[in-house]
Design a protein around this ligand. Structure first.
Ligand code: TYM
Length: 339
């Protein structure tokens, strides 16, 4: 199947509105989304159906869904070029997800590390079945649009492999229907670690105060978080995969992901500097990233009706494509078409 948009290959990605977006979400996902939007036909959704795989407060979910969509635009997504929409506004996502759920082997689902991690934090009786089926919904998001590329942080790579395997299974059983997507990880920043614990991935749902830099953090607070980041007792400033040096490596990675400089250039620049200099420099580039993003964010949140109109246009465009793919999949499976 070829994307139907002239010649540009298609991109799809999404972020869950399950918390405040972090600099990890920005460097692992959003920044790449912006970088590819002129060369690809891009669809960016706020995946609220994924967010409810763990309990959400209804008012908060509504607020975070709007905030996330606004953040996409504030980060540089141009809704005149890319399609921005809310996942639950396009019912085909849920409908294809059910079909894929029926085809997804339990063994594959149980092997997903994200499921293992998230389910380990809850008691068996409180884990919803949606948490296990989460990758089938993600596969539906991607396959509905015949996406060629999926820009994500590396924690999503296993879900992408699952999507490809499931698409292949469907195509094999019912005939060529879905495009097999490829994963796209950023060169730097595919896995930003927690500032308080650089051996754990930075996450929007981790509660401790100095764990994550949020995109809407007050600038002085963001700066303080970098200054307080856990490092080590060595002195040398260089990239390293030694777990003991993960804190310095993380700060260097944040710096590299923001500046797009090479590791060699960065290491040379810090050759005779100390950890204090490193932290100050990283804090500066972080603040330099957040400041314009926050200005745009508050500007567009104050523009009455703008965001809703973007989401409505996005919904219509997404639904047209998604509906066609859903119908094709239903037909291939043998569903009787309504007369
Ligand atoms: P979510 O909401 O956990 O994260 C959104 C995006 O941010 C990336 N990310 C990170 N990148 C680098 N360092 C980090 N610490 C970090 N934390 C998060 C994630 O890799 C992701 O790209 N399942 C997805 C959402 C989703 C999706 C999709 C993505 C649903 N349907 C279809 C792509 C295509 C998720 O939970 O993302």
């Amino acid at each position: 199947m070829v994307a139907e948009n002239g010649n540009k290959p298609r991109v799809l990605s999404g972020i869950q509105p399950s918390g405040n977006l972090t600099i990890g979400n920005y460097l692992g996902a959003l920044k790449q989304w912006v970088e590819v939007q002129n060369d690809y036909d891009c669809f960016y959704c706020v995946v609220d159906l994924h967010a409810i795989t763990v309990a959400q407060d209804p008012a908060e979910l509504r607020r975070k869904t709007r905030e996330s969509a606004a953040m996409y635009i504030a980060a540089g997504i141009d809704p005149e070029i890319s399609t921005v929409f809310v996942q639950s506004h396009v019912p085909a996502h849920s409908e294809l997800a059910w079909i894929l759920t029926c085809m997804a082997p339990l063994g594959w689902l149980h092997r997903m590390t994200q499921f293992k991690d998230k389910s380990a934090k809850q008691s068996q009786d409180s884990i919803g079945a949606g948490l296990l089926n989460y990758p089938s919904l993600m596969a539906a998001d991607i396959l509905l649009y015949h996406a060629d590329l999926v820009p994500v942080g590396d924690d999503q790579n296993q879900h992408l492999e699952f999507t490809r395997d499931l698409a292949q299974r469907f195509n094999h059983l019912y005939g060529e229907t879905f495009t097999l997507p490829s994963v796209m990880n950023p060169q730097a920043g595919a896995r930003i670690m927690g500032l308080d614990n650089p051996t754990a991935k930075m996450s929007k749902s981790e509660a401790s105060e100095n764990h994550a830099i949020f995109l809407l953090d007050d600038l002085s607070r963001a700066q303080k978080k970098v200054m307080r980041a856990v490092t080590d007792s060595h002195r040398e400033i260089r990239f390293s995969d030694d777990p003991e040096r993960a804190g310095v490596n993380n700060l260097l990675t944040i710096y590299q992901a923001i500046t797009n400089e090479t590791q060699e250039v960065i290491e040379a620049a810090f050759a005779d500097k100390g950890y204090g200099d490193l932290k100050r420099t990283v804090a500066d580039v972080v603040v330099g990233t957040l400041e314009p993003l926050q200005a745009r964010y508050y500007e567009l949140m104050n523009e009455a009706g703008y965001l809703d109109s973007v989401l409505k246009i996005g919904q219509e465009k997404a639904a047209d494509i998604a509906q066609d793919t859903l119908k094709l999949a239903q037909k291939r499976m043998g569903f009787l078409a309504p007369s």
